[in-house]
Structures are given as structure tokens and as C-alpha cells.
Design a protein around this ligand. Structure first.
Ligand SMILES: [Zn+2]
Length: 257
């Protein structure tokens, strides 16, 4: 009897999450009103420099993300003027749940459930409309963190965790990572080779038809790097050097073929 209740409860939770994922997918990619994206800064190591950086953050530090989305949406034929709206929210003190190291299906499922609950607890500041997509940005002090963990964006739950650097000259590069993870929450897939990090051709090239093909002038957002030649790839310093490619536009339903 207890076993049946437990299984019934589990099926119920699964059904609810499946329904809400389907509902989120439709409501975030219909592009008939601006998609609301919220940025929630976090100081992961408690560093003083990260504190100062977060304190100085202003909405305009993320304005490049909104212009990037709006310009690219209109280039791909989306009719509304503002495809997205990006807002800065107050700092969050609770750290996101650590991602499972091994990554079995069950531990991933459990982790994504914990992420949803985490976002629910921390992305509802009083007196403000909660955003549809919640991006938690952990600002690491670059003087003692050289490389940061992988950022993630989950379509299930519309939540992203970004690892960024608390340095003024990294703001542009941080925005590239934020835009990439936002697109994951909308269903876009990575377009680079996981082993070599090379952009995939043609989907990971901003201008696959460009003649001559090299050097590419822009990076495709889900490839993260642009090809200087067949074996040299560089990361963009800001969203000024990034485009949304045709395959990504299709995945997030900016286009339908
Ligand atoms: Zn990715």
C-alpha cells in the first residue's frame, strides 16, 4: 500500500513537471510579447572584490543582452520590437545546488528538481513581477579563480546558472555566456565539438556561406567561438561579435524552417 502511494506520488510529480515543461516551452517561444529575463547576482566565495563588483552592477550592464536579442530576433523576422526584456534583481545569498558529478539519469532528475525549488525560493523578490527566465550569475574573483565551472541553462524550469568574472573588463564576455545559457533555457542546443571546442560547420558558424570562409567575423552564440581558420578558434569579447545562426533561430522558434 505504501509502495503504491509512493509510486503514485512520483508519477504525479513527473506528470506535473512534464506538463509545466511543455507549457513553459510554448509560452517562452511564442514571441508575441517580450520574454522577461531576470539576472540574480551571487558572490560564490564571499570575496570582497566580488561584493564591490556586485554592488556596482546596474541594469545597463546587461543592456547589451537585450539589444542583442532584439536585433537578432528582428533580423530573423520576429515581428515584435522587443523580443526580450532583461532586468537586474537583488543579490541572492543562497548558492545553487551543486550539479551531480557523475550524472546518472536519476541524479540529474533529482538535481533539476532541486534547481527548480531553488529558483522558486530565490527568484521571487517582493513587489516585483517574477521573471520567466531566471539566470543566477556567480561572480568569481579573477585573481584567485583562473577557470570557473561550466555554466548551465535548463529548459526544464527555465533556469540558468552562469559562472562569470567580477571584473569590469569581463562584463562583455560575461554577457556572451549569459545570452548562451538563456538560449539553452529556450531549447537551443550547443553547436561546438565537445572534445575540441571547434564550432560545428555549418550550424556553429555565424556566416557559413561567407566567401572566403575564413576568417569568420562573428561567432554563432551556441558555438561560443568563431573560426579564424580551419584549426584556430577564438572567443568573442562581447555580444557585438556574436550572431544567432539559422539553426538556433529555428530551435527557439524565431523561424519555422
Ligand atoms: Zn551550452
Amino acid at each position: 500500500m505504501w509502495r503504491q502511494i509512493r509510486i503514485g506520488f512520483l508519477l504525479f510529480v513527473l506528470a506535473i513537471t512534464a506538463w509545466s515543461t511543455w507549457h513553459d516551452r510554448l509560452s517562452t517561444t511564442d514571441w508575441d510579447e517580450p520574454l522577461h529575463i531576470g539576472i540574480f547576482p551571487i558572490n560564490p566565495e564571499g570575496a570582497g572584490s566580488s561584493d564591490a563588483y556586485i554592488e556596482n552592477l546596474a541594469g545597463e550592464d546587461f543592456a547589451a543582452i537585450a539589444s542583442f536579442f532584439n536585433e537578432e530576433a528582428s533580423r530573423h523576422g520576429v515581428a515584435i520590437t522587443n523580443a526580450v526584456r532583461v532586468d537586474l534583481f537583488p543579490e541572492v545569498t543562497e548558492l545553487p545546488p551543486a550539479s551531480p558529478p557523475g550524472g546518472s539519469m536519476l541524479s540529474n532528475l533529482w538535481w533539476s528538481l532541486k534547481m527548480r525549488l531553488y529558483a522558486r525560493r530565490n527568484a521571487r523578490p517582493p513587489n516585483r513581477a517574477p521573471p520567466q527566465v531566471r539566470i543566477f550569475v556567480q561572480y568569481h574573483d579573477p585573481s584567485f579563480t583562473r577557470s570557473v565551472p561550466h555554466s548551465v541553462g535548463l529548459q526544464k524550469g527555465l533556469v540558468g546558472v552562469v559562472h562569470a568574472f567580477a571584473a569590469a573588463d569581463m562584463t562583455g564576455a560575461n554577457n556572451v555566456v549569459i545570452a548562451h545559457e538563456v538560449l539553452h533555457t529556450l531549447g537551443a542546443t550547443d553547436k561546438y565539438d565537445l572534445a575540441t571546442l571547434a564550432p560545428l560547420y555549418p550550424s556553429g558558424y555565424a556566416e557559413p556561406e561567407r566567401e572566403p570562409r575564413f576568417p569568420q567575423e562573428f561567432a554563432e552564440i551556441m558555438a561560443g567561438r568563431y573560426a579564424i581558420d580551419a584549426d584556430t578558434f577564438e572567443m568573442p569579447e562581447s555580444l557585438d561579435e556574436v550572431l544567432v545562426g539559422d539553426q538556433t533561430a529555428l530551435e527557439i522558434r524565431w523561424t519555422d524552417r
